[in-house]
Write a protein that binds this ligand. Structure first.
Ligand code: OAD
Ligand code: ZN
Length: 253
């Protein structure tokens, strides 16, 4: 299971010794919950679209119904999905007392549903909507809001009547600056960062592991495939998050 560098036993010791730990996650941590990683998200009906044609403000303004329905279908799939062993292992580690922050690029909310408390969502959350014209705080969409009953057009903002949009970061948009600042602070202060299930290609999120490393933290990659961070990682654990993390975090015998 181990790639270059430290093996599971060594990384397990680093996890236990860490004063502050960051778990930085991407779509791979939700793969075992049945949620396609970002590139596969366009399966079936949407296979003919490119995410950049859907996940942009311009696409939403040009065709609000199409983009709203794409997100409604993803929301319905996510609502049916369950956190997997990886999400649960991370939440259990935090409950066990580790000084742990989860910094995620995912918009599925599964870390919080698994019980993680300190979760920084860099790219927003698909279960929240906000006013397209930015007139107020994000409206959390009530879970019983039935997307299928949802009219073709996105619902109107309760304050100003503009269309609501998903409260997620679209291509070309800035990340929520307060969340990014907290994630950068966590990266600078941690002594170990686990980079789980991300291709580490999309910035500024993908810059966080290097920030942590330059500040003296060890980086450990957990991924079945290679990533650009493998070369600078103190350890690479080649495997699925749902298999590796429970073993990595298990209490000493
Ligand atoms: P990607 O789809 O780019 O990468 C998913 C990563 O997860 C890959 O490196 C896979 O090898 C790995 N993987 C697959 N199955 C896994 C498993 N069971 N356990 C562990 N790892 C597994 O998704 P992200 O890196 O999250 O941005 O993409 C980052 C951002 O790019 C997304 O947040 C999205 C996209 O543009 C926005 O929406 C703003
Ligand atoms: Zn409004």
């Amino acid at each position: 299971m181990s790639g270059p560098g430290a093996d599971v036993a060594e990384v397990r010791a680093w996890v236990r010794a860490a004063r502050r730990l960051v778990v930085f996650t991407g779509a791979g941590v939700s793969a075992e919950s049945g949620i396609p990683t970002f590139r596969d998200a366009l399966t079936g009906l949407w296979a003919r679209f490119d995410p950049e044609q859907l996940a942009t403000e311009a696409a939403f303004r040009a065709n609000p119904a199409m983009v709203w329905r794409w997100y409604a279908e993803r929301r319905a799939a996510i609502a049916r999905a369950q956190p997997n062993a990886a999400h649960r292992a991370i939440a259990a580690l935090e409950r066990g007392g580790a000084r742990l922050a989860v910094v995620t690029q995912n918009i599925d909310g599964l870390h919080a549903r698994a019980g993680s408390r300190e979760v920084l969502e860099l790219h927003g959350n698909i279960m929240r909507a906000r006013c397209l014209e930015g007139c107020g705080d994000p409206e959390r969409i009530d879970a019983k809001f039935d997307w299928r009953a949802d009219p073709r057009e996105p619902p109107p903002c309760p304050r100003c009547g503009s269309p609501l949009r998903p409260d997620v970061v679209w291509f070309g948009e800035l990340l929520p600056q307060d969340v990014l600042a907290r994630a950068q602070r966590a990266a600078l202060r941690c002594d170990l960062m686990l980079v789980v299930g991300t291709s580490a290609l999309v910035h500024p999120a993908a810059g966080l592991p290097m920030l942590a490393r330059e500040a003296g933290a060890r980086i450990v990659v957990v991924n079945p495939d290679r990533t650009p961070l493998d070369a600078v990682a103190a350890g690479v654990l080649r495997g699925a998050a749902g298999a590796v993390l429970p073993e990595l975090f298990e209490k000493p015998g």
